[in-house]
Design a protein around this ligand. Structure first.
Ligand code: LMR
Length: 404
């Protein structure tokens, strides 16, 4: 037996489970009939199921019938998908017509963040990425793995239940030229408090003046106000600033979670720079995972480019959006009716899947252990986990925890 000093992995210590996926695992292991999952950001319908969208089913059938090979597609993925995503994100914006956008298919939005992070590090190793406080818990580890330095700017005011825009602008004013400002395109994860159009304008002007590069995470396009409406911030930035990073995910708006479909788009100053960026994106992707998985992107390509499937998809996204927004009203009303000692009306005005309840970690744990109601320990809830048959139970459980 070799000596201990030759052990490579002994230096590793156990790390805690992921803040979100860890809760999902606890939920799955719970055999209570009353259990309710408000943790991971996955859409559920009124029966608590995460459905395969009908447009996806149809596209999938057509693809499987027509497919004659499983040979490699390529490092940058499906060209039709990439073009479709550019159109979805930027519309008919001049940056697309002027060939200033390089888009590469990635394994989910996380894969896109990862590729974008490595590209930024390759382009400017000492650039700092500024994240909102709070942000999606995986932003930080993922971008750190790419070698980037991270900073935080104030965003959510937990007492006022809204954006502290003054503090945010104050912090952004101090960001160095060439640094990167990570913004949530819509449906802020975890707080649900989105930037208004006026605030996007202020930030666009600031980024231009201070030569800050906006990096927009667009993981929920279509789930806030509409497919086009939710791209407002991205399109505005594309109009104002010379360089922009956008990462999109098809997990939520196409329900393609496990297929891992996303894209990274870089808007460059001109077409020549865009070509160089594209070659570097390909180099980064090849080094990280070689090529993205095909199936989900092929589905999105088909849905976006077939008139009937696209219309069906738009209707399905609208139904998801309407249901989530309706659940916000229902949930807030129920909490009040069940005698909540706290006012939760702010939840009604937030957008996307998430809001913070604003309760303590101890109360979150009580909800989980006594009532089998699961949420992230920050008290982030996924509104889409609420339905007609559990809303009273969830509201009663929260009221019980608040009262004792
Ligand atoms: C979430 O925030 O719950 C989702 O984006 C899923 C994930 O991977 O964290």
């Amino acid at each position: 037996m070799p000596g201990k000093e030759s052990s490579v992995f002994e230096s590793l210590e156990q790390v805690p489970p992921d803040a979100i996926i860890g809760i999902m695992a606890l939920f799955r292991a719970d055999d209570s009939e009353n259990k309710v999952d408000l943790s991971v950001g996955v859409y559920q319908d009124d029966s608590g199921k995460t459905p395969v969208l009908e447009c996806v089913r149809r596209a999938e059938r057509e693809i499987l019938e027509a497919q004659s090979t499983k040979t490699y597609v390529g490092i940058t993925g499906n060209a039709g998908f990439n073009a479709g995503m550019q159109e979805l994100i930027f519309g008919d914006h001049a940056v697309v017509k002027d060939q200033r956008v390089a888009t590469v298919q990635t394994p989910g939005g996380s894969g896109g963040l990862c590729v974008a992070g490595h590209l930024l590090h390759r382009a400017r190793a000492n650039a700092r990425v500024h994240l909102s406080d709070p942000s999606w818990p995986n932003h930080s580890p993922l971008l750190k793995l790419a070698g980037l330095h991270l900073e935080e700017y104030p965003y959510y005011d937990y007492r006022e239940h809204g954006i502290d825009f003054e503090a945010m602008v104050h912090a952004v004013e101090r960001i160095h030229a060439g640094d990167v400002l990570l913004l949530h395109g819509c449906c802020h994860n975890p707080c649900g408090a989105d930037l208004s159009k006026e605030q996007w304008h202020v930030l666009a002007e600031l980024c231009l003046r201070r030569r800050i590069v906006p990096f927009i995470d667009l993981a929920y396009q279509g789930l806030s106000e509409g497919i086009v409406e939710d791209a407002y911030g991205v399109r505005l930035m594309a109009e104002h600033v010379p360089e922009l990073v956008v990462v999109a995910s098809c997990s939520k708006n196409f329900g393609l979670y496990r297929e891992r479909v996303g894209a990274v788009s870089i808007v460059a100053e001109d077409a020549a720079t865009r070509d160089a960026v594209l070659s570097n994106l390909a180099r980064v992707a090849r080094g990280l995972y070689s090529m993205p998985p095909d199936h989900g992107a092929a589905i999105v390509d088909r849905v976006l480019h077939d008139e009937k499937l696209r219309a069906l998809w738009e209707d399905e996204v609208e139904a998801i959006r309407a249901r989530i927004n309706g659940l916000r009203t229902l949930f807030v009303g129920k909490l009040a009716k069940r005698g909540s000692p706290r006012d939760f009306s702010f939840i009604e005005h937030e957008r996307g899947m998430f809001s913070f309840l604003g309760i303590s970690k101890a109360q979150v744990i009580r909800l989980r252990e006594e009532f089998h109601v699961y949420m992230v320990e920050s008290s982030r809830i996924n509104l889409a986990g609420i339905n007609a048959s559990n809303v009273d139970y969830v509201a009663d459980s929260i009221v019980a925890v608040l009262e004792s």
